[in-house]
Design a protein around this ligand. Structure first.
Ligand code: PRT
Ligand code: ZN
Length: 300
């Protein structure tokens, strides 16, 4: 596993909001790694996969330049970089593989509570502070609004208070930061979450097998998050009704119960969470001895 040409490199955020969940995802795919002394690389010990720990803003470029085969980054960063690369004449810099369902937030306007601008209609000719100038400019252009976009690399929410902008456009998750700065949340221009990207070119043949395995494992990890294994006893006559009641269920396994006449054991994987109401409804159609178990791993 020392041949660099056959090792898959994945760029993730070094220290920030996406770091823990990204490492957890790779660990749940079975990856065991040791960190180098500089802490910038996690060397895979049991799979030919290495992790590069970098600033999130650098991840799209590392994948575009094929320094890394994969990257995990917020859609907000990805979209901002995509527009930048497009302006530089590179329309295909990376491919989106999967939305990973963590790191959820949205890019929205924030209007000073007692300011003159309270909606898109008032933006014409105003100053907008943001860390995502290209996404905002792109949105304004599509809406036919002419406004001055001022780039801030951080602390965007204090720009109106400093007199540097009339309005902001920033990431929001709980809304607490906007409220603390007396800003009212306005229109959302982008819904974001962590995204897995890969190089435009196919990986070399030496890596292909492990790439396939890794992607399958990522799918498996994502599927089991909500999946449940449900077991119950039930009358044969209730099988159709049971299948209808179970959310996202695969074809159930039906096992005869020794000496129990028309009763069978039903085992089924549900790809959505199973709530108490569902169990109560199953009981109403004749099911008994209901058991719901979490699913640890899954491979289609
Ligand atoms: O050092 P590096 O450049 O790698 O990190 P960073 O500081 O640029 O990014 P980081 O770690 O703050 O966020 C990484 C990614 O997490 C972002 O690109 C988003 O995709 C995602 N994410 C999810 C968020 C938030 N939620 C979030 N709430 N990124 C930032 N915020 C900030 C927001 O900018 C604002 O300041 O949190 C504040 C608002 O939060 P609420 O809860 O008060 O609304
Ligand atoms: Zn960043």
């Amino acid at each position: 596993m020392t041949d660099q040409g056959s090792r898959i490199k994945i760029a993730i955020q070094k220290s920030g909001r996406l770091t823990d969940r990204s490492l957890e995802l790779l660990e749940r795919c079975g990856l065991k790694y040791s960190r180098g002394r500089d802490q910038l690389i996690g060397f895979g010990e049991n799979m030919p996969v290495d992790i590069l720990l970098v600033r999130d803003d650098d991840i799209p470029g590392l994948v575009r330049d094929e320094v890394c085969d994969f990257g995990i980054v917020g859609l907000n960063v990805l979209e901002e970089r995509r527009l930048q690369f497009l302006a530089e004449g590179r329309d295909q810099a990376f491919r989106v593989v999967r939305a990973l369902d963590y790191g959820h937030c949205h890019l929205a306007f924030g209007y000073p509570e007692d300011g003159p601008v309270q909606s898109l209609a008032g933006l014409q000719g105003r100053r907008i502070a943001t860390s995502y100038p290209r996404i905002v400019q792109d949105f304004l252009q599509r809406e036919g609004i002419e406004a001055q976009v001022i780039e801030f690399s951080g602390a965007v929410e204090i720009a109106p208070g400093l007199g540097r902008a009339d309005v902001i456009c920033d990431l929001v998750s709980t809304g607490a930061t906007l409220a603390a700065n007396r800003l009212r949340e306005g229109e959302t221009i982008l819904e974001s979450q962590a995204i897995l990207i890969r190089t435009v070119r196919e990986v070399p043949a030496a890596k292909a097998e492990w790439v396939t395995r890794l992607l399958q494992r990522i799918d498996g990890v994502m599927q089991v998050r909500e999946s449940k294994y449900v077991m119950m006893n039930a009358p044969v006559s209730a099988l159709a009704e049971i299948a209808r009641l179970l959310p996202g269920a695969d074809a159930p396994t039906v096992i005869p119960l020794e000496g129990r006449g028309d009763k069978v054991a039903v085992h089924v994987v549900c790809r959505e969470n199973v709530f108490w109401e569902t169990l109560e409804n199953l009981k109403l159609v004749g099911a008994s001895s209901l058991l719901v178990l979490p699913v640890e791993k899954m491979l289609p």
